[in-house]
Design a protein around this ligand. Sequence first.
Ligand code: RP5
Length: 166
Amino acid sequence: MSRPEEAPTPLAVLEEFEEAGPLVGILIGSESDREAIEPAVEELNDRGISNEVRVLSAHRDPRAVAEYASTAALRGVRVLIAGAGMSAALPGVVASYSDLPVIGVPLTSSKSAAGGLDAILAIVQMPPGVPVACVSLNGARNAAILAAKILAQGGGYPGAPPRPTL
Ligand code: RP5
């Protein structure tokens, strides 16, 4: 009788990545969101907290969002910030693919139907079991401060994989 193939360990999977990720991963749904998310980057940089910004749309590039979110913890990322406008599905989709805490930032958009209220509702109204923290409209700086507070609690959660030392 043949033995079932062993699943790869997290470290084996980690070897596929060229380098460890930062502590905070920031996603935005569009290049047009970059200016609005910049205060989060500045706040994290001021605090010496490593971060990266990726432009990935939940609607236009769902596979890339799934790949990023489902591998973030393995790369050592500890908190995810996701900013989007209009039908802002990004934070919720990210939360559905990752056990990391996700902070959503509703953003105004020139195309918004309700001055940003559409994005607020899309981010706040998550179904039970898939939580997303939501800061104020265009509250990128607050998202970074909240991320810093989460990291200050120990940078992990029960059962979290150890932070890689690549
Ligand atoms: C959302 O749609 C993005 O987060 C952005 O806020 C909004 C408009 O995107 P663009 O049409 O400017 O790319 O998905």
